[in-house]
Design a binder for this molecule. Sequence first.
Ligand SMILES: [Zn+2]
Ligand SMILES: [Zn+2]
Length: 276
Amino acid sequence: MEHSMTEEDPNGNTTLAPVNASVGPRWGPTHGGARELASLYTKWKRVQELICVSVSAVLMGMNVVYMAPYVRWETVPTVGAATLASMFTADFFSGLVHWGADTWGSVDLPIIGKHYLRPFREHHIDPTSITRHDFIETNGDNFMLTIPFLGYLLHGFVTLPRSHLISTFAFRCYLFALTFMIAVTNQIHKWSHTYFGLPRPVVMLQSCHLILPRIHHRYHHVSPHETYYCITTGWLNWPLERIKFWTWLESAITYLTGAKPRDDDMKWAQKRQPTS
Ligand SMILES: [Zn+2]
Ligand SMILES: [Zn+2]
């Protein structure tokens, strides 16, 4: 923990004197790599995020309207169990996607590199940049992932007979809760980096470990960022670390492809000075 970043410093990067001033800061907004990565955020990416948040929010609202009549006293235990299961599932997938994006690929890859891997690279060398991102930039990509699932659910509510919807309610409830948890995962992640002015209910959820707590997520932000990838609730981080899940997965991929984990991440971390 002593090697994690001092996030109480509100991203001024002032409490850390660079090891060697001529090399540049080790992290923060003045890090050369962080500045270069931040500059790669385009207005077209922003438009995509805006569209995805809007479409997903509309689909979510419509699903709530269609699903509401099926929620009754006798289905409350089903809703509770489905929500709990969705929290575990979302946590696992948050870890899997985060691990994949942190560990493999490169910002130079066409389309996915600049638009979808870039934020992961930026986040490691300027971790609190996320706290300066607005709702759209923070959540656009997560909302995008939910659209096919919400579309599938809505199509079912509109076209399937009521008897079929009742018999599959538990599954539909689980899938809807899962899309919700996926949608809010990066907002939860942002809150885990926010040390000032968080709403009281958010701090309470963090304190009860119902969402990712701040201190818990700091285990991930220890270079070389090779563990504690789950960022929805963080519940699976300890068990996955115990069984060395990520290490085994990386060994298998390196064996099969010859690729070296975190190659691109290391490359960006070393770009301490601006390139121009
Ligand atoms: Zn990471
Ligand atoms: Zn983080």
